[in-house]
Ligand binder design. Structure first.
Ligand SMILES: [Zn+2]
Ligand SMILES: [Zn+2]
Length: 287
């Protein structure tokens, strides 16, 4: 059996082992050396954030039992997509597919910040008043479904090797838990790692209540996209201890920290002056 066959056959086991392994490592690291003091009790946060993860997993399994890997197998059988059409060495196809999928995730993340109705869904992720390993998986079910449909479309066009999809799913999941960690790497290590990957300090800037900081550092795996497309911000203005995490106006734990409140959050309030709706010219920002 080749490595590829092994990975495809043991896909669920591999994904679950990485999930629980990285989760346990990050959870222990956060207990041993937390970067910031949590504002809401860990028990309340974890019960509800993990509750949402379980709910999302059930919904995904029911709607798309074969998931992204199933779609990649289907695309391969139909000979759909660039890599099923153009013959290229497997390692090249795997690396190119993983990078391409990561780029799409970056673009999708920019899109859910820019489009007002999609921001309503995505603000469930940002309304977490704290930042820890469970924040990394805290997304509204509708955003999860939308992500999966976008992934399906990309797989059909790209035709990635099935193993590349498994690798990407495992990497994205592991990196999301790592870069949402309430932890801090030594400054030099953070700098070195950041030249290639997204670190906890880099993504934490994205969870600031300040609009300009929240609209930066959209990447999940490679730090390249933010640098390349002009959305990179090195550090939060008020430092990692002084910055406020979450969303302006939504800070009451009853509004943002319980599972029913998270599910209802996209439907609360008016579409206000957020980003693309804020069309008045502000003299202050003139350069
Ligand atoms: Zn975001
Ligand atoms: Zn995040």
């Amino acid at each position: 059996m080749t490595l590829q066959e092994f990975i495809i056959q043991h896909e669920v086991g591999i994904r679950l082992s990485f999930f629980f392994g990285v989760f346990a490592l990050m959870a222990l690291w956060e207990i041993a050396a937390p970067c910031r003091v949590l504002t809401v009790s860990k028990t309340l946060r974890w019960r509800n954030n993990i509750g949402l993860v379980v709910l999302n997993s059930i919904i995904l399994r029911l709607l798309f039992p074969a998931a992204a890997v199933g779609m990649a197998v289907f695309a391969q059988q139909q000979n759909w997509g660039i890599f099923n059409y153009v013959q290229s060495p497997l390692p090249v196809a795997i690396i190119a597919s993983v990078i391409a999928l990561d780029f799409i995730i970056y673009l999708q993340h920019v899109m859910v910040h820019a489009v007002p109705a999609l921001w309503r869904l995505h603000r469930v992720h940002h309304a977490d008043p704290d930042y820890d390993v469970t924040t990394g998986a805290r997304f509204h079910p509708i955003e999860i479904i939308l992500s999966m449909l976008i992934k399906f479309a990309v797989i059909v066009v790209l035709g990635p090797p099935v193993v590349a999809v498994v690798i990407f799913e495992v990497l994205l999941n592991a990196m999301a838990m790592f870069n949402h960690g309430n932890v801090r790497l030594p400054t030099t290590l953070d700098k070195i790692l950041r030249s290639l990957l997204v670190t906890p300090d880099m993504h934490r800037v994205h969870h600031s209540v300040e609009d300009d900081e929240a609209n930066s550092n959209f990447g999940f795996n490679l730090s390249l996209w933010d640098r390349l497309f002009g959305t990179y911000q090195d550090q939060p203005r008020h430092g990692h201890q002084g910055m406020r995490i979450g969303i302006h106006k939504y800070h009451d734990p009853k509004q943002v920290s319980t599972l029913p409140a998270m599910l209802a959050l996209p439907f609360r309030g008016k579409i206000s002056g957020y980003v693309i709706n804020r069309r008045q010219w502000d003299k202050k920002h003139e350069e």
